[in-house]
Design a binder for this molecule. Structure first.
Ligand code: ATP
Length: 503
């Protein structure tokens, strides 16, 4: 599936979904920018989550806490002392990590060799240089690239099959092929905290050391009492938040799957102690329903219950998704006990409790957390949507079947020709639709090519104005997925589109 993954990355760039950050300076590792379509898709995923979690749940409210928090927050939460990559906590994970580092170094070495050949050839051929043709035919470049591909495929296969003996033998092979990689020592990793540090103001003393938050959850915990009191919330109740989080990931790869700056959509649900496992099951089911409502295919999801639990949890499960590189964590659901609130009580000296009138007593509530990575959800939607289809007439098309409700642009309006008053009518239709939906106008190229362009960009509807429109007030509306075309009245367009794309 490496090819599919490459296609996803290339397509995301070509259609304005995702760019490398600061690309003109050759990018910043594991940081990405969302382009004109990506920003819309991301917003739509956020809204879909927010509406279902906050708007549809009377007992859940939202919050937007700051990224910068008092440094004591991270002492209380345990992140200062123990936020090392959990991957390195046991022997098997060490092996995986070692393999990852080695592969990264080995591929980089091969890629440098390939780039050297390309630079040499560029110099030699000047303006006539066809890079694409060169990299596809030059024997050494082809070899360097295929060696990279082969090693990554072998590794992915062994990891997917959890075949750690294979992983071990790969490590041995790579250590011979890439001896300089040995200088990356374990010990370095153990001391490596994943939080990004920064400074408050101009002061140089360490009391002003801050961190960019590595998770949004703590912004919710420190506001527990504020929200509970001002919102007069009764247990069980939840606080939801969408926001940026930062982790200085050591092995940050796989495109937007593992980034150093990313967004989380989290909800902390406060419950009566003893009831937590009931609510844990409830949220597992709710979140599963949410995912399934988007129609990405039930077979692409699976639960992975944790046998080994973090010290603060008494139940935990991951919702895994079938990404182009295999099943990987998309969302975590954790029963976090009263660990966080208790830790903040202790650190701050403030009471973080709830008076339960039914039990007639105060307690620190237990917490169920649902935490989904917005960028991972984006990747799940995008990668599943991207399809190459063979059509009945023998031709093929690339189509991005993003669920219409999430699609960045809902409709594209075309005049059949750039004359005879057709563009004017098309613009009027854009004006009629734009108050309800994000729509676009396109008059370049033949209509067939415009259809293909919108298919590949993920636009569910194309609307074409032709000469008859002037007579009958009707246009042709074509659906991305079925490619079916119908003639409908211009006045009906808003309702037809709304039926498919509204929340
Ligand atoms: P992983 O095991 O993949 O590192 P995690 O268990 O550390 O993830 P959590 O701390 O539970 O992740 O964070 C909740 C969610 O945030 C994850 O399910 C994931 O969707 C998202 N997430 C975590 N780290 C990243 C990252 N570096 N880039 C993008 N999304 C992330």
């Amino acid at each position: 599936n490496q090819d599919k993954f490459k296609q996803v990355i290339a397509h995301a760039k070509e259609y304005g979904y995702i760019f490398s950050s600061s690309e003109i300076y050759d990018g910043l590792s594991a940081v990405y920018d969302y382009g004109q379509n990506g920003a819309e898709l991301k917003n739509n995923i956020k809204t879909y989550w927010w509406k279902s979690m906050v708007q549809l749940h009377e007992e859940i409210v939202g919050l937007d806490a700051a990224i910068l928090m008092h440094p004591k927050t991270w002492k209380a939460s345990g992140h200062v002392d123990a936020f090392n990559d959990p991957l390195i906590d046991n022997k098997d994970s060490k092996k995986r990590y070692r393999a990852d580092v080695l592969i990264e170094d080995y591929c980089e070495k091969l890629e440098q060799k390939a780039q050297k050949e390309i630079t040499k050839a560029k110099k030699r051929f000047g303006d006539d240089f066809d890079e694409e043709q060169f990299v596809n035919t030059h024997p050494r470049v082809v070899k360097y690239r295929s060696q990279q591909k082969e090693i990554m495929q072998r590794m992915a296969k062994s990891l997917d099959a959890e075949n750690l003996a294979d992983v071990k033998s790969l490590i041995e092979e790579l250590e011979i092929a890439c001896p300089e990689s040995g200088s990356r020592k374990w010990t370095d990793v153990k001391q490596f905290n994943l939080m990004f540090g920064t400074k408050l103001g101009a002061s140089a003393d360490s009391a002003s050391d801050l961190y960019l938050r590595p998770e949004t959850a703590q912004g919710i915990f420190v506001n527990f009492a504020n929200v509970q009191k001002t919102g007069r919330m009764k247990i069980p109740f939840g606080i939801a938040q969408i926001g940026k989080a930062f982790r200085n990931e050591i092995v940050a790869r796989q495109f937007i799957f593992r980034q150093r700056e990313f967004e989380q959509m989290e909800m902390q649900y406060f419950v009566r102690p003893g009831d937590e496992l009931k609510w844990f099951e409830y949220w597992k089911e709710q979140r599963q329903k949410w995912h399934q409502s988007l129609g990405l295919g039930e077979e692409n999801y699976r639960f992975h219950d944790h046998e080994k639990l973090a010290h603060y949890a008494n139940a935990a499960t991951d919702i895994e998704f079938n990404f182009p590189f295999g099943f990987k964590e998309l969302e975590g659901i954790h029963s976090r006990t009263d660990f966080d609130l208790k830790a903040h009580e202790k650190m701050s000296g403030k009471k973080l409790q709830f008076f339960d009138p039914e039990l007639n007593k105060n307690y620190v509530p237990y917490v169920i957390e649902t935490s989904i990575g917005l960028d991972r959800m984006f990747l799940a939607v995008f990668a599943t949507a991207l399809q190459d289809e063979e059509l009945e007439d023998g031709s093929s098309r690339t189509v991005l079947k993003i669920p219409s409700i999430l699609a960045p642009v809902k409709a594209a309006v075309f005049p059949l020709l750039k004359r005879d008053g057709l563009p004017e009518i098309a613009h009027e239709i854009v004006d009629q639709l734009k108050w309800d939906f994000n729509v676009t106008y396109d008059e370049k190229d033949a209509v067939g090519r415009r259809y293909r362009r919108q298919d590949a960009a993920g636009t569910p509807f194309c609307i074409t104005v032709d000469h008859e429109t002037k007579e009958d007030g009707c246009v042709t509306i074509r659906h991305r997925d079925t490619m079916e075309q119908k003639r409908v009245k211009i006045e009906e367009l808003n309702a037809i589109i709304a039926k498919e794309v509204s929340f």
